[in-house]
Structure formats: C-alpha cells, structure tokens
Design a protein around this ligand. Structure first.
Ligand SMILES: [Zn+2]
Length: 82
C-alpha cells in the first residue's frame, strides 16, 4: 500500500500513465482512502489538463497561475516546452 509521500511523489507518473498497473492500483487504493491525496490528485489532474490546453494555445487565467505559484513556487512555470 502506498503512503501519502509515495502517492504524491508518483502522482505525475500516474497521471501520465507511466506507472505499472500494479503500482497504479496502489495509488488508486490510497486515493480512495485519503482525502488529502484526493485533493492533490484532483489539483494535479486539473493542472495537467490546463497545461495540455495551454500547449494548444489557449489562455490560463491569472488566478490559476497564482494558485500554481502558491503551491509550487515559480519553478514549475519556468521551463517552457518541458
Ligand atoms: Zn494520502
């Protein structure tokens, strides 16, 4: 069973479907039992969706960018094309 640290560390890989099926199941199992990680998961899922939209030329709201910086600092926004 994955714990919170593992779940949060692997959230991106889970969202990118890069985890093995067994590992993904562990992450899902944890998400079902942990509201903290559920919240993080939903945020990251939204984040990925918005980044994909952004890459297609649409606009991200200043409010959302502000939320991102609040959560991650500016690092995540500092590498265009990555
Ligand atoms: Zn958790």
């Amino acid at each position: 069973m994955a714990d919170c640290n593992e779940t949060l560390a692997e959230l991106h890989r889970y969202l990118d479907s890069e985890l093995s099926p067994g590992r993904a199941d562990e992450i899902v199992a944890h998400l079902k039992t942990c509201t903290d990680c559920q919240g993080a998961f939903e945020f990251h899922a939204d984040l990925q969706r918005v980044i994909r939209v952004k890459s297609q030329g649409d606009v991200i709201t200043p409010q959302f960018l502000s939320n991102l910086r609040g959560c991650f600092g500016s690092d995540i926004l500092g590498s265009p094309g990555g």
